[in-house]
Design a binder for this molecule. Structure first.
Ligand code: IFM
Length: 726
């Protein structure tokens, strides 16, 4: 197997390769176009979330061009914050609102139906009236920061309105703003002590025989230091005129076409699911820049919920998709963590510990910004313990760095920043564990992913991740390292071996935390159909007395570390924990879909995948108005690729495949880039095609195989997968 090129070369080669994607006419294909009719005003904010256009950093919610009464307009930039100016949840930094650029003055005949062409990232609005008004907008993926709006219609029904508008100060506070005219265009800026966002815009109006075309460009700039000067703004304005609209649209189609070529997942035989999958992948691609650092909030830039804060959602749920389809964006997500290592070291030191401790919720400076309290439904103020207790985030960040390496083999990162992330986190864990008199190591007073029970001791997921983190860091220490580091590495190995893991050899499964098995066993289907908020229905104290859990917890261990678990324990942990899991978090059903597929419970997996893929489309939890659940979108991809296709990037540089498809599907087609090699994998229940341009080591099921270019076909027989013709 040829050695893979360095990752920078891989990225250059992938970017330079001519796209085979046809330029897309903005036509209607129900598996590529999300249609929202907007008939229900109560769903206006849900539609705005789903119809967000974004370039990886700047995002504009799908607000109508005219003011909608129920609208929650927002133009946001990932990683740009303003201090919170309220209490409780509102006390922490939130996304700084940027200038609005989509306003038009529209006559009465404008239609409500809007269509988001996922293939090109273009939002189109057509009226059913005659003569029609059509609007079209996009954030340029090819030129991040550039926003384009075009409207056409009868001149008496269409007027441009202001180029830019400042955000409504009644919605957010704590920042300054200004606007004006400059060099034949407009500018508008918002700024806080933390960051600034500045936009310049120009609108051109062309009238021909009563027919009007309105053409607007806006250019967004943002930063954490000094504001742009008037000459920066003039330069930005001059750049607006460079390309005519058709050229920009073609570039947008080309840029998105390239991304889809390397990322699309096709499920033949299930058009409804197909659209939902593409909605999820579209939003994942919208959410992370591939330049500099990517601060991917729990809802990306699609809404205000969680205030743009970065959680483990980014590292564990969003990053794998990007590592497999667009590694520079995954690398930018890791750059965000690497740049906050100094803050993580300070956080560890402030607790009297060594190494680095990453915050549960993080904004721009890497300091923990988890809110301290929230008002519960009965008005009682409850403390929020996640920031103090959900320490697994520190190991999750290390896992993300390692997972990116498994996909890319990025040598520069492996020898530099990844090492620093893994070693500093291992140092933290060594200083965090405590020993009992029998020589067993423990992690007490933590919260696992299941937020219904806390604080707990020896959470199996946290301990499992910590053990992995310690061992992986030790592996990175070369035998020739300085004696001090070698001593540290052997201490990490020792602590990893001593750490209890909750595995019970008798029943062959894990106990979620010390004492969990003594709690009352209550199946969630006796409460209500899933997903349900069991803490709301039963009360927080009552739910804590039962085994009912919020989301995958022990099962997250199988999800993130499938190779390290005792044989047979995945099936037994699924049997034990699925009946008590409420899926009160959107992160949960997709993880279960993935794991159920892996153990062969394929039809149940399919039902949970369908639920996950429609969580936001159907606003299942009633919270989509606040933004798209990006982590859930990530689990859609993981269920398809890691679950149904059984794909896993192995530490030794090979790729495992082990497909299991539900009855409803004719074929599953997945595109990924593994170690610089773009792959297309086509799976039916008993035939597997691997399209590659380089020879590759693979494992099918547990057997080693080779895939040779251009296509290798394998058939499933009684004896497992074999190359065709054998
Ligand atoms: O990170 C999640 C957490 O696991 C469950 N509550 C919501 C958070 C943000 O999505």
């Amino acid at each position: 197997v040829a050695e893979e090129p360095a990752v920078d070369e891989q990225h250059r080669a992938v970017d330079a390769a001519p796209s085979t994607a046809e330029p897309t006419p903005l036509g209607f294909d129900p598996t590529w176009v999300l249609v929202r009719s907007g008939a229900d005003p109560l769903l206006e904010r849900v539609d705005e979330t789903l119809l967000t256009v974004a370039d990886g950093q700047v995002g504009t919610r799908g607000i109508r061009e005219e003011d909608g009464a129920a609208s929650d307009p927002s133009v946001a930039v990932a990683g740009r914050f303003v201090d919170g100016d309220g209490d409780g949840l509102d006390a922490t930094p939130t996304l700084l609102p940027g200038p609005q650029w989509t306003q038009l003055l529209l006559g009465a005949s404008v239609g409500r139906t809007r269509m988001l062409d996922l293939r090109s990232g273009v939002l189109v609005r057509d009226s059913d009236e005659s003569p029609p008004i059509r609007t079209l907008r996009f954030q340029c993926l090819a030129h991040p920061g550039l926003a384009v709006l075009r409207a056409e219609g009868p001149a008496h029904l269409l007027a441009p309105g202001p180029d830019l508008a400042l955000p409504d100060p009644r919605r957010d506070g704590g920042y300054d703003s200004g606007q004006g005219e400059s060099g034949g265009g407009s500018w508008a800026s918002t700024w806080s002590s933390r960051a600034w966002i500045s936009a310049v815009a120009r609108t051109e109006v062309i009238d021909t025989d009563g027919w009007r075309v309105v053409d607007r460009r806006a250019r967004f700039d943002h930063g954490r230091g000094a504001d742009p000067t008037p000459s920066d703004q003039r330069r930005a304005l001059a750049e607006l005129d460079r390309s005519p609209f058709p050229a920009l649209l073609a570039e947008q189609q080309e840029a998105w076409g390239r991304r889809w070529e390397r990322a699309d997942v096709v499920v033949e035989g299930d058009p409804e699911l197909q659209l939902a999958i593409r909605v999820a992948l579209y939003h994942l691609m919208c959410s992370a820049t591939d330049q500099g650092e990517a601060a991917v909030g729990a809802r990306g830039v699609t809404g205000r919920a969680y205030r743009g804060h970065v959680f483990w959602d980014a590292d564990v749920f969003v990053l794998p998709f990007l590592a497999a389809t667009h590694p520079p964006a995954a690398r930018a997500m890791l750059a965000y963590r690497v740049a906050r290592l100094p803050a993580a070291r300070q956080a560890a030191a402030a607790l009297g510990r060594a190494g680095a401790r990453f915050p549960w919720e993080s904004a721009d400076d890497g300091v923990d910004v988890t809110p301290r309290s929230t008002a519960w439904l009965d008005g009682k103020v409850l403390p929020i313990l996640t920031g103090d207790l959900q320490e697994h985030i520190t190991a999750d960040v290390a896992w993300a760095a390692n997972h990116y390496l498994a996909w890319t083999g990025d040598r520069g990162f492996a020898q530099g920043d990844a090492r620093a992330l893994l070693i500093d986190t291992a140092r933290y864990w060594r200083s965090r564990v405590g020993y009992d008199p029998d020589g067993h190591a423990h992690l007490t007073g933590v919260m696992g992913p299941d937020e219904y029970h806390a604080p707990v001791d020896d959470n199996a997921f946290t301990n499992g991740m910590v053990r992995w983190n310690l061992r992986r860091a030790a592996e990175l220490v070369a035998p020739t390292a300085a004696p001090g580091l070698l001593r540290e590495a052997s201490a990490w190995r020792r602590v990893a071996a001593d750490l209890v893991d909750g595995y019970q050899p008798g029943p062959g499964r894990h106990e979620q935390f010390a004492g969990y098995d003594e709690l009352e066993r209550l199946h969630v289907d006796t409460i209500a159909p899933v997903p349900l908020a069991a803490d709301v229905l039963l009360g927080t104290d009552e739910v804590a007395r039962t085994q009912v859990i919020k989301q995958a917890d022990v099962l997250m261990l199988h999800h993130l570390l499938p190779r390290g678990q005792p044989a047979g324990s995945l099936a037994r942990d699924l049997e034990h924990y699925l009946p008590v899991t409420s899926h009160g978090s959107s992160l949960s059903p997709g993880v279960h879909a993935c794991l159920l597929a892996r153990v062969g419970r394929v039809e149940e997996a399919y039902q949970l995948l369908r639920l996950t893929a429609r969580l936001d489309l159907d606003d299942v939890g009633g919270s989509t108005a606040g933004g798209l659940h990006l982590a859930a979108a990530g689990t859609v991809w993981q269920a398809l690729v890691y679950g149904f296709l059984g794909l896993w990037p192995e530490a030794d540089g090979s790729l495992t495949l082990d497909p299991r498809l539900p009855r409803a599907w004719e074929r599953l087609i997945v595109h990924v880039t593994f170690r610089g090699q773009p792959l297309e994998i086509r799976a039916t229940p008993d035939r597997l095609e691997v399209h590659t341009t380089r020879p590759m080591a693979m494992r099918l099921g547990h057997r080693p195989h080779r895939a040779a270019p251009p296509i290798t076909v394998f058939q499933r027989g009684a004896d497992g997968w074999q190359p065709e013709g054998r």
